[in-house]
Write a protein that binds this ligand. Structure first.
Ligand code: SF4
Length: 336
Protein backbone atom coordinates (compact mmCIF):
# COMPACT_ATOMS: atom_id res chain seq x y z
CA UNK A 1 0.00 0.00 0.00
CA UNK A 2 1.44 3.32 -1.01
CA UNK A 3 0.47 5.95 1.58
CA UNK A 4 2.18 8.74 -0.32
CA UNK A 5 0.03 8.02 -3.39
CA UNK A 6 -3.12 7.70 -1.25
CA UNK A 7 -2.43 11.10 0.35
CA UNK A 8 -1.69 12.68 -3.04
CA UNK A 9 -5.00 11.37 -4.38
CA UNK A 10 -6.80 12.84 -1.39
CA UNK A 11 -5.46 16.32 -2.15
CA UNK A 12 -8.47 18.64 -2.48
CA UNK A 13 -10.90 16.07 -1.01
CA UNK A 14 -12.87 16.79 2.17
CA UNK A 15 -11.04 15.87 5.41
CA UNK A 16 -13.44 13.06 6.33
CA UNK A 17 -12.30 11.05 3.29
CA UNK A 18 -9.16 9.95 5.16
CA UNK A 19 -11.32 8.58 7.97
CA UNK A 20 -13.42 6.70 5.43
CA UNK A 21 -10.31 5.30 3.80
CA UNK A 22 -8.88 4.17 7.15
CA UNK A 23 -12.16 2.48 7.93
CA UNK A 24 -12.19 0.68 4.57
CA UNK A 25 -8.56 -0.47 4.80
CA UNK A 26 -8.19 -1.29 8.49
CA UNK A 27 -11.71 -2.15 9.65
CA UNK A 28 -13.37 -3.63 6.59
CA UNK A 29 -10.02 -5.04 5.39
CA UNK A 30 -10.82 -4.43 1.74
CA UNK A 31 -8.35 -5.72 -0.84
CA UNK A 32 -9.76 -3.75 -3.78
CA UNK A 33 -10.96 -0.13 -3.87
CA UNK A 34 -14.16 -1.34 -5.59
CA UNK A 35 -15.21 -2.65 -2.18
CA UNK A 36 -14.92 0.82 -0.60
CA UNK A 37 -18.55 1.65 -1.14
CA UNK A 38 -18.30 4.58 1.28
CA UNK A 39 -16.21 6.45 -1.32
CA UNK A 40 -17.45 8.14 -4.51
CA UNK A 41 -16.91 6.11 -7.69
CA UNK A 42 -14.48 8.58 -9.29
CA UNK A 43 -12.23 8.55 -6.21
CA UNK A 44 -12.35 4.75 -6.03
CA UNK A 45 -11.21 4.55 -9.64
CA UNK A 46 -8.39 7.02 -9.12
CA UNK A 47 -7.18 5.15 -6.04
CA UNK A 48 -7.40 1.86 -7.90
CA UNK A 49 -5.13 3.21 -10.57
CA UNK A 50 -2.64 5.08 -8.39
CA UNK A 51 -2.53 3.11 -5.13
CA UNK A 52 -3.79 -0.45 -5.63
CA UNK A 53 -4.38 -2.52 -2.50
CA UNK A 54 -3.29 -5.85 -3.89
CA UNK A 55 -0.52 -7.59 -1.96
CA UNK A 56 1.48 -9.96 -4.11
CA UNK A 57 2.09 -12.94 -1.80
CA UNK A 58 2.62 -16.66 -1.98
CA UNK A 59 1.53 -18.62 1.12
CA UNK A 60 3.37 -21.70 2.36
CA UNK A 61 1.72 -23.73 5.14
CA UNK A 62 3.77 -25.73 7.61
CA UNK A 63 2.86 -29.40 7.83
CA UNK A 64 2.10 -28.99 11.52
CA UNK A 65 -0.37 -26.29 10.50
CA UNK A 66 0.68 -23.92 13.27
CA UNK A 67 2.68 -21.62 11.05
CA UNK A 68 2.12 -20.11 7.64
CA UNK A 69 4.81 -18.19 5.84
CA UNK A 70 4.08 -15.67 3.12
CA UNK A 71 6.68 -14.65 0.59
CA UNK A 72 5.74 -11.14 -0.49
CA UNK A 73 7.01 -9.63 -3.74
CA UNK A 74 7.29 -5.85 -3.46
CA UNK A 75 6.63 -3.37 -6.27
CA UNK A 76 10.33 -3.24 -7.18
CA UNK A 77 10.51 -7.04 -7.40
CA UNK A 78 12.39 -7.52 -4.12
CA UNK A 79 11.11 -10.22 -1.83
CA UNK A 80 10.41 -10.31 1.92
CA UNK A 81 8.79 -12.76 4.27
CA UNK A 82 6.17 -12.57 6.98
CA UNK A 83 4.85 -15.36 9.16
CA UNK A 84 1.54 -16.12 10.88
CA UNK A 85 1.89 -18.20 14.02
CA UNK A 86 -1.00 -19.87 15.78
CA UNK A 87 -0.11 -19.75 19.47
CA UNK A 88 -0.99 -22.56 21.90
CA UNK A 89 -3.71 -20.35 23.39
CA UNK A 90 -5.34 -19.95 19.96
CA UNK A 91 -4.17 -16.37 19.45
CA UNK A 92 -2.67 -15.26 16.15
CA UNK A 93 0.76 -13.66 16.12
CA UNK A 94 2.11 -12.02 12.99
CA UNK A 95 5.87 -11.75 12.61
CA UNK A 96 6.81 -8.90 10.27
CA UNK A 97 9.98 -7.88 8.44
CA UNK A 98 11.28 -4.34 8.72
CA UNK A 99 13.98 -4.39 6.02
CA UNK A 100 14.77 -6.30 2.84
CA UNK A 101 17.77 -8.33 4.00
CA UNK A 102 19.87 -7.11 6.90
CA UNK A 103 23.24 -5.43 7.27
CA UNK A 104 24.11 -6.97 10.62
CA UNK A 105 25.24 -10.38 9.39
CA UNK A 106 24.61 -12.46 12.52
CA UNK A 107 26.33 -15.82 12.10
CA UNK A 108 23.19 -17.85 12.88
CA UNK A 109 20.83 -15.97 10.59
CA UNK A 110 19.77 -16.69 7.01
CA UNK A 111 18.59 -13.09 6.50
CA UNK A 112 21.99 -11.76 7.50
CA UNK A 113 23.58 -13.78 4.70
CA UNK A 114 21.52 -11.88 2.12
CA UNK A 115 23.11 -8.57 3.03
CA UNK A 116 21.12 -5.34 3.18
CA UNK A 117 18.96 -4.34 0.20
CA UNK A 118 16.75 -1.53 1.52
CA UNK A 119 14.44 -0.34 4.28
CA UNK A 120 10.76 -1.15 4.01
CA UNK A 121 8.36 1.76 3.69
CA UNK A 122 5.71 2.20 6.37
CA UNK A 123 3.03 0.92 3.96
CA UNK A 124 5.09 -2.19 3.14
CA UNK A 125 5.28 -3.04 6.84
CA UNK A 126 1.55 -2.44 7.33
CA UNK A 127 0.75 -4.58 4.26
CA UNK A 128 2.27 -7.65 5.94
CA UNK A 129 -0.24 -7.30 8.77
CA UNK A 130 -3.15 -6.56 6.43
CA UNK A 131 -2.28 -9.64 4.40
CA UNK A 132 -2.84 -11.88 7.44
CA UNK A 133 -5.80 -9.89 8.73
CA UNK A 134 -7.53 -10.37 5.36
CA UNK A 135 -6.69 -14.10 5.39
CA UNK A 136 -7.98 -14.59 8.93
CA UNK A 137 -11.20 -12.75 8.11
CA UNK A 138 -11.88 -15.20 5.26
CA UNK A 139 -11.92 -18.25 7.57
CA UNK A 140 -15.21 -20.04 8.22
CA UNK A 141 -15.07 -18.60 11.70
CA UNK A 142 -13.32 -15.27 11.13
CA UNK A 143 -10.31 -14.61 13.34
CA UNK A 144 -8.10 -11.59 13.85
CA UNK A 145 -4.49 -10.63 14.38
CA UNK A 146 -3.85 -10.57 18.14
CA UNK A 147 -0.13 -9.76 18.32
CA UNK A 148 2.48 -8.25 16.01
CA UNK A 149 6.17 -8.92 16.53
CA UNK A 150 9.02 -7.24 14.66
CA UNK A 151 11.19 -10.35 14.53
CA UNK A 152 11.29 -11.00 10.80
CA UNK A 153 13.92 -9.86 8.31
CA UNK A 154 15.96 -6.83 9.28
CA UNK A 155 16.87 -4.75 12.32
CA UNK A 156 13.80 -2.65 13.21
CA UNK A 157 15.78 0.13 14.92
CA UNK A 158 17.77 0.72 11.74
CA UNK A 159 14.48 1.59 10.04
CA UNK A 160 13.18 3.40 13.09
CA UNK A 161 10.77 5.96 11.65
CA UNK A 162 8.95 3.57 9.32
CA UNK A 163 8.67 0.92 12.03
CA UNK A 164 7.26 3.40 14.55
CA UNK A 165 5.02 4.92 11.85
CA UNK A 166 3.58 1.46 11.11
CA UNK A 167 3.07 0.73 14.83
CA UNK A 168 1.29 4.04 15.36
CA UNK A 169 -0.93 3.51 12.31
CA UNK A 170 -1.88 -0.03 13.39
CA UNK A 171 -2.45 1.16 16.96
CA UNK A 172 -4.80 3.98 15.82
CA UNK A 173 -8.14 3.52 17.61
CA UNK A 174 -10.29 4.43 14.61
CA UNK A 175 -8.28 2.14 12.32
CA UNK A 176 -6.78 -1.30 12.98
CA UNK A 177 -6.94 -0.56 16.70
CA UNK A 178 -4.42 -3.10 18.03
CA UNK A 179 -3.37 -2.14 21.59
CA UNK A 180 0.26 -1.07 22.06
CA UNK A 181 0.89 -3.94 24.50
CA UNK A 182 0.23 -6.37 21.66
CA UNK A 183 3.30 -5.22 19.72
CA UNK A 184 6.88 -6.30 20.36
CA UNK A 185 10.01 -4.93 18.73
CA UNK A 186 13.12 -7.10 18.81
CA UNK A 187 16.53 -5.51 18.39
CA UNK A 188 20.04 -6.88 18.10
CA UNK A 189 20.90 -4.23 20.70
CA UNK A 190 21.08 -0.89 18.86
CA UNK A 191 21.48 1.26 21.98
CA UNK A 192 20.45 4.58 20.38
CA UNK A 193 17.29 2.86 19.11
CA UNK A 194 16.44 1.50 22.56
CA UNK A 195 16.88 4.96 24.08
CA UNK A 196 14.71 6.62 21.43
CA UNK A 197 12.10 3.89 21.80
CA UNK A 198 12.01 4.51 25.55
CA UNK A 199 11.04 8.11 24.90
CA UNK A 200 8.00 7.14 22.77
CA UNK A 201 4.86 7.37 24.81
CA UNK A 202 3.73 3.89 23.81
CA UNK A 203 3.56 0.71 25.87
CA UNK A 204 5.10 -1.40 23.11
CA UNK A 205 7.16 -4.39 24.30
CA UNK A 206 10.90 -4.60 23.82
CA UNK A 207 12.91 -7.75 23.14
CA UNK A 208 16.68 -8.07 22.87
CA UNK A 209 18.46 -10.65 20.69
CA UNK A 210 21.09 -11.42 23.30
CA UNK A 211 22.39 -14.94 22.53
CA UNK A 212 25.36 -14.54 24.88
CA UNK A 213 25.94 -12.65 28.11
CA UNK A 214 29.66 -12.48 27.49
CA UNK A 215 30.89 -9.86 25.01
CA UNK A 216 33.48 -12.11 23.34
CA UNK A 217 31.01 -14.94 22.75
CA UNK A 218 28.40 -12.43 21.57
CA UNK A 219 30.84 -10.82 19.14
CA UNK A 220 31.59 -14.23 17.63
CA UNK A 221 27.90 -14.55 16.75
CA UNK A 222 26.87 -10.95 16.12
CA UNK A 223 29.39 -8.55 14.54
CA UNK A 224 27.28 -5.55 15.73
CA UNK A 225 28.11 -6.56 19.33
CA UNK A 226 31.53 -4.90 18.82
CA UNK A 227 29.76 -1.53 18.75
CA UNK A 228 27.32 -2.29 21.56
CA UNK A 229 28.73 -4.09 24.60
CA UNK A 230 26.26 -5.98 26.82
CA UNK A 231 26.76 -3.42 29.61
CA UNK A 232 25.61 -0.53 27.37
CA UNK A 233 22.59 -2.50 26.16
CA UNK A 234 21.56 -3.39 29.72
CA UNK A 235 21.84 0.20 30.86
CA UNK A 236 19.52 1.30 28.00
CA UNK A 237 17.14 -1.58 28.81
CA UNK A 238 17.05 -0.52 32.48
CA UNK A 239 16.03 2.99 31.43
CA UNK A 240 13.22 1.48 29.32
CA UNK A 241 12.03 -0.58 32.32
CA UNK A 242 12.22 2.44 34.62
CA UNK A 243 10.03 4.43 32.26
CA UNK A 244 7.53 1.70 31.25
CA UNK A 245 7.68 -0.86 34.06
CA UNK A 246 7.32 -3.51 31.36
CA UNK A 247 9.06 -6.88 31.24
CA UNK A 248 11.83 -7.25 28.69
CA UNK A 249 12.47 -10.48 26.82
CA UNK A 250 16.02 -11.63 26.04
CA UNK A 251 16.18 -14.08 23.18
CA UNK A 252 18.81 -16.78 23.46
CA UNK A 253 19.24 -19.31 20.69
CA UNK A 254 21.24 -22.34 21.83
CA UNK A 255 24.09 -23.12 19.41
CA UNK A 256 26.30 -26.16 19.89
CA UNK A 257 29.72 -25.39 21.38
CA UNK A 258 29.31 -21.65 20.89
CA UNK A 259 27.02 -20.38 23.66
CA UNK A 260 25.63 -23.50 25.31
CA UNK A 261 28.08 -24.61 28.00
CA UNK A 262 27.59 -24.34 31.75
CA UNK A 263 29.74 -21.23 31.98
CA UNK A 264 27.54 -19.50 29.36
CA UNK A 265 24.45 -20.40 31.38
CA UNK A 266 26.03 -19.08 34.57
CA UNK A 267 26.97 -15.80 32.84
CA UNK A 268 23.40 -15.50 31.58
CA UNK A 269 21.97 -16.23 35.03
CA UNK A 270 24.20 -13.62 36.64
CA UNK A 271 23.02 -11.01 34.13
CA UNK A 272 19.34 -11.94 34.24
CA UNK A 273 19.12 -11.96 38.01
CA UNK A 274 19.86 -8.25 38.15
CA UNK A 275 16.24 -7.28 37.46
CA UNK A 276 12.98 -9.18 38.12
CA UNK A 277 11.53 -7.78 34.90
CA UNK A 278 14.09 -9.52 32.69
CA UNK A 279 13.13 -12.87 31.26
CA UNK A 280 14.77 -15.25 28.82
CA UNK A 281 13.25 -16.88 25.76
CA UNK A 282 15.37 -19.94 25.10
CA UNK A 283 15.16 -21.05 21.49
CA UNK A 284 16.14 -24.16 19.60
CA UNK A 285 18.44 -23.28 16.70
CA UNK A 286 17.33 -24.07 13.17
CA UNK A 287 20.61 -24.64 11.34
CA UNK A 288 21.07 -22.09 8.55
CA UNK A 289 24.75 -22.71 7.78
CA UNK A 290 27.73 -24.27 9.52
CA UNK A 291 26.45 -23.82 13.05
CA UNK A 292 24.60 -26.65 14.76
CA UNK A 293 21.79 -26.76 17.29
CA UNK A 294 22.74 -27.69 20.86
CA UNK A 295 22.37 -31.35 21.74
CA UNK A 296 19.50 -32.43 23.99
CA UNK A 297 22.03 -33.10 26.74
CA UNK A 298 23.70 -29.69 26.51
CA UNK A 299 20.27 -28.02 26.45
CA UNK A 300 19.28 -29.90 29.60
CA UNK A 301 22.46 -28.90 31.44
CA UNK A 302 21.98 -25.26 30.35
CA UNK A 303 18.39 -25.24 31.54
CA UNK A 304 19.31 -26.85 34.85
CA UNK A 305 21.68 -23.97 35.59
CA UNK A 306 18.91 -21.46 34.85
CA UNK A 307 16.47 -23.34 37.10
CA UNK A 308 19.03 -23.59 39.90
CA UNK A 309 19.72 -19.85 39.66
CA UNK A 310 16.00 -18.98 39.55
CA UNK A 311 16.16 -17.33 36.14
CA UNK A 312 12.75 -16.63 34.63
CA UNK A 313 12.69 -18.29 31.24
CA UNK A 314 10.38 -19.73 28.64
CA UNK A 315 11.28 -22.19 25.94
CA UNK A 316 10.36 -21.88 22.32
CA UNK A 317 10.53 -24.85 20.06
CA UNK A 318 10.45 -23.84 16.46
CA UNK A 319 7.07 -24.22 14.97
CA UNK A 320 7.57 -23.87 11.27
CA UNK A 321 11.13 -24.96 10.78
CA UNK A 322 10.08 -27.27 7.94
CA UNK A 323 8.98 -24.24 5.90
CA UNK A 324 11.95 -22.14 6.97
CA UNK A 325 9.67 -19.79 8.83
CA UNK A 326 11.47 -20.15 12.10
CA UNK A 327 13.69 -17.57 13.77
CA UNK A 328 16.79 -16.75 11.74
CA UNK A 329 15.55 -18.55 8.64
CA UNK A 330 13.71 -15.83 6.78
CA UNK A 331 15.59 -15.42 3.58
CA UNK A 332 12.96 -14.62 1.00
CA UNK A 333 12.82 -18.12 -0.44
CA UNK A 334 9.76 -19.23 -2.35
CA UNK A 335 8.34 -22.74 -2.42
CA UNK A 336 10.36 -25.07 -4.62
S1 SF4 B 1 19.32 -11.99 13.47
FE1 SF4 B 1 18.24 -10.09 13.02
S2 SF4 B 1 19.83 -8.52 13.21
FE2 SF4 B 1 20.92 -10.48 13.00
S3 SF4 B 1 21.29 -10.65 10.78
FE3 SF4 B 1 19.35 -11.70 11.23
S4 SF4 B 1 17.79 -10.19 10.81
FE4 SF4 B 1 19.72 -9.09 11.04
Amino acid sequence: MNWIKINETLDGQPKYRLKQINEAIFRNLISDWDEALNLPLALRQELKEKAPLTINAEMIDSRKGKTTKAVVTLDDGLVIETVLIKNADGRNTVCVSSQVGCALGCAFCATGKLGFKRNLAKGEIIDQVLLWARELKKRDEPEKVDNIVFMGMGEPFLNYDNVMGAIRALNEKDGFGLGARHFAVSTAGIVEGIRKFTKENLEVNLAISLHAADDDVRQSLMPIAKNYPVKAIMSAVDEYIKKTNRRVMFEYVLIAKVNDNERDAEDLAKLMNKNPLYFVNLMTYNPAGKLKASSAQATEIFKNVLVKENVRFTERHSAGDEIEAACGQLAGKKAE
